[in-house]
Design a protein around this ligand. Structure first.
Ligand SMILES: Nc1ncnc2c1ncn2[C@@H]1O[C@H](COP(=O)(O)OP(=O)(O)OP(=O)(O)O)[C@@H](O)[C@H]1O
Ligand SMILES: O=C(O)[C@H](O)CO
Length: 524
């Protein structure tokens, strides 16, 4: 393994890690972990990402290097959990060039933002944008369908002189339901709910949604043709795939019947489909019969990802450096079962803390686990090299950052979320390393501020978790079996280990952080 790592030494990737030695910081590891998480979330605030991506120059805007002339010809539509703040900022930038807009946002969001003092994310009183709240509990409903109908109507009226700004963020699929007739909203909901309940991935779910919708899979761009369409996208899907985020309404995509049928078959839904769904699936590429124009609108569409997990991790790395860590970003694509993901972080901590040249089996095990948790060998080797240097060359404390969206197999009936469960499991892994209490610290948090159906975003943990719980009469294994991580962390030490940032108004999946102290520590 030493040979594998040495191969990476000569590579030019080290620009990803600033080589300057970090400064010493007196704050506790816990406080610094929370600060780094806050920086990650701050980097992807809806108003910030829009401000950074639209540059106003007199009567034009520059987006993604392209200039668009404004002649009181701008229309705006949007759908997603972060879209209200994105729209407020966009309207501030384009001013009265905005003719009108419609956005579909989560139920109750305006009141919640007001209550949290986040007025800068609300539209001004005389805004030209109509806000429709819907999709209670993240499920498409009549309000969201009405919003989709209005959005479709607005886009269908555009001409080649118009510019359509489309704001997209996670949760957009549920907020833009436009089932292809004769499918009803209830029938579409029935299919997608069964798929989600059976454990379908977001890729599978959104492939089906695209096949059943008038606006998804490029339908919105099609309706807007021949107007110029510019979509600004805040990604909540691993790898930032344009055709899957909110089911890709501005990305022209064909429906492949074989793919659709194989997904439905995989989840044993083929025989349970409503007749209307079968009817639509029999004619998969006739989604836009009511076209005003048959020409391909793709040339008129610019799709730009303006915020993502990668962006959040980059900013987190900068903050970590200010707080005295050598930052290293492992990957923004961590997925797979939380058990495997916790093993990965446990092994990386062991690798980083080993006093000797790490035993070859750790690096080999780490690389073996890579495919299961969505991390490339290249990224693992690069990260291990930084950890090795941190240890052998005295770089000081290290902050390993990663992100993505692991999964939990729900076996119990407790309250929790994947971040809190991951934190519990990593705590157990760190304990098994036999490190002293001031060893590595691990944080896992959802950037939307909510982990599963709980008011916490995640939790902070370390190798002392098990003994701390035992000392307070809490049986950690029982909580894990019952997927009761929120109850566990709420009861443990007065909830001190919980991460509760409140509503963050954004969502770029989860952030994971492993802080490795500078002091050389012995492991068993
Ligand atoms: N008791 C529990 N313990 C662990 N995980 C849970 C528990 N209950 C729900 N979950 C997990 O929480 C996730 C749903 O929560 P959440 O709404 O935060 O998901 P999400 O995919 O992040 O949604 P969003 O689109 O808002 O990002 C699912 O992955 C589910 O398996
Ligand atoms: O809305 C959706 O489809 C999910 O949040 C993924 O983007």
């Amino acid at each position: 393994m030493a040979r594998v790592l040495s191969l990476f030494r000569s590579q030019p990737f080290l620009h990803l890690v600033a080589r300057r030695k970090p400064t010493f910081c007196k704050m506790s590891m816990d406080t610094r972990a929370r600060e780094v998480f806050a920086a990650a979330v701050e980097a992807v605030q809806p108003d910030t990402v829009v401000r950074q991506s639209i540059k106003r120059k007199e009567d034009s805007v520059v987006i993604d290097g392209r200039t668009f002339t404004l002649k009181h010809n701008l229309h705006l539509v949007g759908f997603g959990k972060a879209v209200l703040g994105m729209a407020a900022e966009a309207e501030r930038i384009v001013g009265d060039h905005l003719v009108k807009g419609v956005i579909s946002v989560p139920h109750g969001i305006q009141q919640t933002l007001q209550q949290h003092g986040k007025d800068h994310l609300l539209l001004k009183e005389n805004s030209r944008i109509k806000v429709i709240e819907g999709a209670k509990h993240n499920l498409p409903d009549a309000d969201a369908q009405k919003a989709a109908e209005m959005i479709k109507h607005l886009t269908s009226e555009l001409t080649e002189k118009d510019l359509l700004l489309v704001l997209i963020s996670g949760g957009g699929s549920a907020l833009l339901p436009a089932p292809i007739p004769p499918i009803t909203l209830q029938e579409k909901l029935h299919v997608t709910r069964r798929l989600a309940g059976a454990g379908a991935t977001i890729q599978e779910l959104n492939t089906i949604r695209r096949a059943l919708s008038l606006l998804k899979g490029g339908g919105l761009a099609h309706h807007a043709h021949p107007a110029q369409v510019v979509a600004l996208i805040l990604s909540d899907v691993i790898g930032d795939p344009l055709d899957l985020i909110a089911s890709g309404p501005t990305v022209m995509s064909r429906v492949w019947p074989e793919e659709v049928l194989s997904i439905l078959e995989r989840y044993k839904l083929l025989n349970l489909l409503p007749t209307s769904v079968k009817e639509v699936l029999d004619k998969p590429n006739c989604r836009w019969k009511e076209n005003k124009d048959e020409s391909d609108p793709s040339g008129h569409v610019l799709n730009a990802v303006i915020g993502s997990n990668g962006v959040a991790l980059k900013r987190a790395g900068l903050r970590a450096r200010e707080l005295g860590f050598l930052p290293v970003v492992l990957s923004p694509s961590v997925c797979g079962d939380v058990r495997s993901v916790s093993r990965l972080y446990g092994m990386l901590a062991r690798f980083a803390c080993s006093r000797e040249e790490p035993p070859p089996d750790i690096a080999t095990e780490v690389l073996k686990l890579g495919p299961e948790v969505g991390v490339e060998s290249w990224d693992l080797c690069r990260t291990m090299q930084v950890l090795e240097e941190g240890r052998t060359e005295g770089w000081g404390a290290t902050c390993l950052l990663a992100g993505g969206e692991p999964t939990v197999e729900l076996t119990g009936k407790g309250r929790g979320g994947r971040n809190q469960e991951l934190a519990m499991r990593v705590g157990l892994e760190l304990r098994s390393l036999g490190l002293p209490p001031k060893g590595p610290v691990f944080l896992s948090g959802g950037t939307d501020g909510q982990d599963g159906p709980t008011e916490a975003a995640g939790a902070i943990t370390d190798g002392g978790l098990y003994d701390e719980a035992k000392g307070q009469g809490l049986d950690i294994d029982n909580f894990l079996i019952n997927n009761d991580s929120y109850t566990f962390f709420s009861r443990l030490s007065g909830g001190q280990r919980l991460l509760v940032p409140g509503l963050t108004c954004t969502n770029v999946m989860d952030v994971h952080m492993l802080l490795i102290p500078a002091i050389p520590i012995n492991i068993r």
